[in-house]
Every structure is written in C-alpha cells, then in structure tokens.
Design a protein around this ligand. Structure first.
Ligand code: CP
Length: 291
C-alpha cells in the first residue's frame, strides 16, 4: 500500500526528512508543483483543520482538489468504505485523504493501489497531526531528545495522544500524561497537574471528546476546568520557555481558559499553520516515491 497510515512504520530519519521538507516549504525554499494531479478528501467524520489544511496543501502544490460529502454520497445506500475508495481510484485520483471512525480502517484497503493519506482512524492514529506537533516542537527547541511533554485530558479517546506518544518516545522525549483517572489508560507515567506544569517543556492539552464517551463524564465541565484546565494561574507557574499546544478544536473554558488560548506561550494557531506545510511535505514525498 502506498501513502501514510501510521508513523509507527517510519524511521526517525524519515520523520526528520518530512519535518525538514515541511520547513523548506514554510521558508519558501521549495516550490514543488504537481500540475495535472487530482486528489480527493474522503472524510467520514467531522473535521475542520485536517480536511481543509490537506486541501490547502494540495492547492499550494498545484493539485486539483475533489471534495466529498459522505452524508450526500452513496454511503447512505450502503456502499462500503472499500467500494467508495475503489470508486475514487477508478475515477483517476492520484491519491485520497481518509478520516474514519474505525481504528485501522486502512487494513480493509490493501487492494487499493493509489496513495492513501490517513486523516485519522478511530482512537488509533493521526499521523499528520503528530508530524505537525513534532514540527512545532522542533521549530521551538531545534531538537527532541530530553524534552519533557505532558499530555493532559481525555487520553483514552485520543488518537493524537496515542500517535504522538509512540513517536515522541522514539525521538528521545520523556512523555507523561495527566487528567481525570477515568481517561487514564496507563499509556504513559502519570503526573499531577502541579507536577506537569512545573516539570514539562511542552504542555499538550487534549479536548474532552464528549461525542466519543459511552458514559457521561463523572464531573461537570466547570469542575474539570478547575481541576485540570490550563488557567492563567497555572500558566504563570510554567517553565520560562515552556510552550502550550493543543490539536484543537479547543473547548475554551474547559481544558483551556479563554484568556490562555492565544497567550504568548500558546503555539495552538502555529500548529494549524504548520499543518499545511507538513501535509505538503507528505503529499510531495509520496508522489515522488520517497515515502
Ligand atoms: N486537530 C484536528 O484533527 O482537527 P480537526 O478534527 O478539525 O481536523
């Protein structure tokens, strides 16, 4: 299969190559174009950043973009994921981006020959989110080894947490988790909020994913904010050069105070900007046969 499904199968050297190319696109040092190519974005779950930054990346690379509205498509007539993707391949697409609620959905697509870019599968992977997170950290610090990051919030439902955790550890970062015990799936050592704030170089907040919860959260959102939200008081206790990240969408007033979302330490909107360049790099490397 061609494309990008998970970072687990990529070497750290290849991940650094992607980040370097993304930085080259950002710095105007690469202006590669792919005229005549066509790609589609097949989103079976809601998305703003991933869907539209992939589309922006395609436009920047001179690739024609085909949108897809799952609710107005033949998916509603029972067409399977495989047959939907096979259809886009038959239409002559040079690649598709897919987001789907099922973990590892791409394992059903082994017969597809066109490149597939995973825009998120269930609670498992979100490789371009992980790459843009890494690019943002690399731009800040110039290295990964030894940096301490704490992911705080709804860990158990987060494909970002699970994807980032594996690659960050491989890159030599110390990774911790924090937040309510009901969301702690034991994927990394636990820190209290106070410990995380005092110790870490990167505070990565995660959205409470109410839409994925089988059971109602045990506390109210205001209790959550008080116990685990990043407030101005907590920001003032962070290390001098520490940064705040969040994959977004953000729940202002829940995991992050409104006044903190765009404060001097926040890199949340920079992450979104970097997402375009990371997606340009990934598309370019796959189309060139380098990924
Ligand atoms: N971060 C992220 O994946 O955002 P969207 O769900 O809006 O794509």
């Amino acid at each position: 299969m061609r494309g990008l499904f998970t970072l687990q199968t990529l070497s750290t050297q290849k991940i650094q190559e992607i980040i370097d190319l993304a930085l080259a696109f950002k710095g105007g040092k690469s202006s590669k174009k792919y005229p005549g190519k066509k790609m589609a974005t097949l989103f079976f779950e809601n998305s703003t950043r991933t869907q539209y930054s992939f589309q922006t990346a395609m436009i920047n690379l001179g690739i024609s973009v085909i949108g897809f509205n799952a609710s107005a498509s033949s998916v509603n007539k029972g067409e399977t994921l495989y047959d939907t993707v096979r259809t886009f391949e038959s239409l002559g697409m040079d690649g598709v981006v897919i987001r789907h609620s099922k973990d590892d959905y791409y394992k059903e697509l082994e017969n597809i020959k066109m490149p597939i870019f995973n825009g998120g599968d269930g609670a498992a992977n979100h490789p371009t989110q992980s790459l843009l997170d890494l690019m943002t950290i690399y731009e800040e610090y110039g290295h990964f080894a030894g940096l301490k990051v704490c992911m705080i919030g709804d860990i158990s439902h987060s494909r970002v947490a699970h994807g980032d955790l594996e690659i960050m550890k491989r890159l030599g970062m110390e990774v911790y988790i924090s937040g309510p015990s009901e969301f702690n799936d034991g994927c990394a050592p636990y820190l209290t909020m106070d410990e995380a704030i005092e110790k870490c170089d990167v505070i990565m907040l995660l959205r409470v994913q109410f839409e994925r919860h089988q059971e109602k959260m045990k506390m109210t959102v205001s209790e959550y904010h008080k116990l685990y939200g990043l407030t101005e008081e907590r920001v003032n206790k962070m290390k001098k050069n520490a940064i705040i990240m969040h994959p977004a969408p953000i729940n202002r007033g829940v995991e992050i105070a409104d006044s903190v979302a765009e404060c001097e330490k926040s890199r949340i909107y920079k992450q979104m900007t970097n997402g375009v360049f990371v997606r340009m790099a990934v598309i370019s490397m796959v189309l060139d046969g380098n990924l």
